[in-house]
Design a protein around this ligand. Structure first.
Ligand code: SAM
Length: 287
């Protein structure tokens, strides 16, 4: 009887011991660890996991659509606002590839500048059409811009070979380069640079940048017939007003391009017109 009672107590003690030791891992793993580690499943040359890819189709010619692959780094604090492709860049990309903006680019020997390019989508779309493009941004953003130029080199080569101006000489290459340009500084390297088309997406968001941006555009335009096309996301009226005023001070009026089918209400495409030309033009709406 005593023996039986002792056995029951021992069993209870052993159960209790098992239940209290549940939370700590067993010292000896139930399945033995392999002697050699399993082979790595990641492949060499993979891009860093933080970079997200965005694909954008560009109609280069009747029978050729090219796919740009744009890498964004939403976690890369060093790239600031330039780390991702903004909605107005997607709209600007569309406007210059399939809508009226295309005509401005398809002029012989046109030199195109993209301001605040970030990941560089709009400028790379322009490059697909076979024109010289210079992508610019703050020095800290340029490494990402350059990653995207490099990533799309082969696509650009194919697109440029098929572009309107290369039919006689398919091996002629049009440059796409990335250079630092800070609107708040007047740097000597830009003194003699002039452009026929200036592109910009989502640049009008900080009132401190209104005057520097307007001054930079005025300085870099080649001639009165040069074209400025801006993709814009409306956020705050007073910010839009500040940029409108800064452009007016430089003698420009922001003209909103009539909207197409399914454009987001918050997004617009603007062109810049000289003040007196704009007064004569009643087909566009003044902002
Ligand atoms: C909202 S992001 C737009 C990026 C790109 N255009 C897009 O839409 O995807 C604004 C861009 O303007 C650039 N930027 C801001 N201040 C600038 C300055 N003072 N000079 C040149 N670029 C500037 C930022 O670095 C950033 O790339």
């Amino acid at each position: 009887m005593l023996l039986a009672l002792q056995k029951v107590r021992e069993e209870e003690r052993s159960k209790k011991k098992q239940s209290t030791s549940k939370s700590s891992p067993p010292i000896i793993p139930s399945t033995p660890l392999p002697a050699t580690p399993p082979p790595a499943t990641t492949t060499i040359n993979r891009r860093p996991p933080s970079l997200l890819e965005r694909i954008f189709d560009v109609v280069v010619a009747k029978n050729l659509t090219c796919q740009l692959r744009i890498l964004q780094d939403p976690n890369g604090l060093q790239y600031g606002h330039g780390a991702t492709v903004w909605d107005s860049a997607l709209l600007l990309g569309k406007y210059i590839s399939i809508y009226e903006g295309r005509a401005a680019l398809l002029q012989k020997d046109v030199k195109v500048l993209e301001l605040g390019a970030g990941c560089g989508l709009s400028g790379l779309v322009a490059s697909c059409l076979g024109v010289d493009v210079t992508l610019t941004d703050l020095p800290n953003v340029l490494p990402l811009t350059q990653i995207n130029i490099d990533k799309n080199k082969d696509v650009l080569r194919t697109a440029i070979a098929f572009s309107k101006f290369n039919h006689e000489d398919v091996h002629r290459s049009k440059d796409v380069v990335a250079k630092p340009l800070d609107w708040t500084k007047t740097e000597s390297m830009w003194e003699n640079e002039k452009f026929d088309v200036i592109l910009g997406a989502d640049l009008m968001y900080d009132i401190k940048l209104a005057k520097p941006l307007a001054d930079t555009i005025a300085r870099l335009l080649a001639s009165p017939s040069s074209v400025v096309i801006i993709g814009h996301e409306h956020r705050e009226d007073h910010v839009d007003d500040e940029f409108t005023q800064a452009f007016l001070t430089q003698g420009f009026v922001l003209l909103e391009v009539p909207r197409k089918g399914r454009w987001d209400d918050d997004l617009s495409i603007y062109t810049l017109a000289r003040r007196n030309e704009a007064q004569a033009n009643d087909t566009c709406t003044e902002q």
